[in-house]
Design a protein around this ligand. Structure first.
Ligand code: ADP
Ligand code: ZN
Length: 298
């Protein structure tokens, strides 16, 4: 039995797991993201314990909050790069894990990892080109294009696109530390909370903030459809737990496309085109496991 380890490195919490497959988790732990030293040491300690208990681990996959350097040829491969999260900019995440365990470490964004897991085991099975977008503490997107996770210059940063911001309708200035009113600055969970003065999960479905939210997210998604030509878009993250939100986004996306893209899989089945994650809130940690598997099995 081959064992893989996964680390879902989030800005709020880390989830570490050891598994022989998506349905065979042998152990899992979660702890808050504190300082890099403390948090990475804790992750390594867990993986060492698991190795002692269950035997050799073939590879570790790390699916991290970003931005990151996912280029194996770069001197800063495996680093978290320009994050505004205090203490975490330019931190080497993959290096210490590789040194401590002496096994291959696969490293990518949390959302690229989630996309890979959804392709193998979730809502994107059978597809080769699709987008996975999370709307939570931040907004981020991963993509698979022609069967491969999208990297290129770095990796996609879908949350930081600009969307039309009508300041008469929405005077809220936005909270992105880099761009103020980019999509993440206007439509992430903390943006909703800052605009409305209460946590997003306490806003009732009829609150006008949700109309605005659906508009912003639809405006963020339509360019992804035009540029990447995805066969499907998966929308995850805490904010999408609002069940009324996805139908509103579908309706607006169709309106914005205005019959220009006439593929039946989109026009006649928008419910099958814009979907929730097949793996629910497990997409993150399973993404890390999938990255580890890919590192050894391809
Ligand atoms: P993270 O992005 O940190 O991985 P989540 O995807 O759970 O975690 O996103 C957390 C954000 O989502 C918070 O801003 C929170 O207010 C918001 N959120 C969580 N649950 C809900 C909900 N049911 N409705 C609206 N917003 C929610
Ligand atoms: Zn931004």
């Amino acid at each position: 039995m081959t064992l893989w380890a996964g680390m879902e490195a989030g800005g709020t919490k880390f989830v570490c797991a050891v598994a022989s497959g998506p349905d065979t988790m042998l152990a899992e732990t979660r702890f808050p993201t504190t300082t890099p030293d403390e948090t990475i040491s804790r992750a390594i300690a867990f993986l060492r314990e698991q190795r002692a208990a269950h035997g050799e681990i073939a590879a570790v996959g790390i699916a991290s909050f970003g931005p990151v350097d996912p280029n194996p040829a770069s001197p800063t491969f495996g680093y978290i790069t320009t994050t505004p999260k205090p203490g975490w900019a330019h931190v080497d995440l993959a290096g210490p894990v590789r040194e401590a365990l002496g096994v291959p470490v696969a490293f990518d964004t949390d959302v690229n990892g989630a996309a890979l897991a959804e392709a193998r085991w979730g809502a994107a099975r059978g597809l080769d080109t699709f987008v996975y977008l999370t709307v939570g503490t931040g907004i981020g997107g991963g993509a698979m294009v022609n069967g491969k996770l999208l990297h290129g210059l770095m990796h996609p940063e879908m949350g930081h696109v600009f969307v039309p911001h009508d300041r008469a309708r929405d005077p809220f200035p936005g909270i992105c530390p880099y761009h103020a009113d980019c999509l993440e600055g206007l439509a992430s969970g903390p943006a909703l909370e800052a605009r409305c003065g209460r946590p997003a999960d306490t806003l009732p479905p009829e609150h006008p903030a949700w109309e605005l939210e659906a508009d912003y997210l639809a405006h963020g998604l339509v360019p992804q459809i035009y540029i990447l030509s995805p066969q499907r878009i998966i929308l995850g993250g805490g904010v999408m737990d609002q069940a009324h939100l996805l139908p509103r986004i579908r309706e607006r996306v169709l309106r914005l496309l205005n019959n220009y893209i006439r593929q039946p899989t989109l026009m006649e089945d928008i419910d099958g085109f814009l979907v929730s994650p097949g793996l629910g809130n497990r997409a993150g940690v399973l993404g890390a496991i999938a990255l580890a598997q890919e590192a050894t099995l391809g």
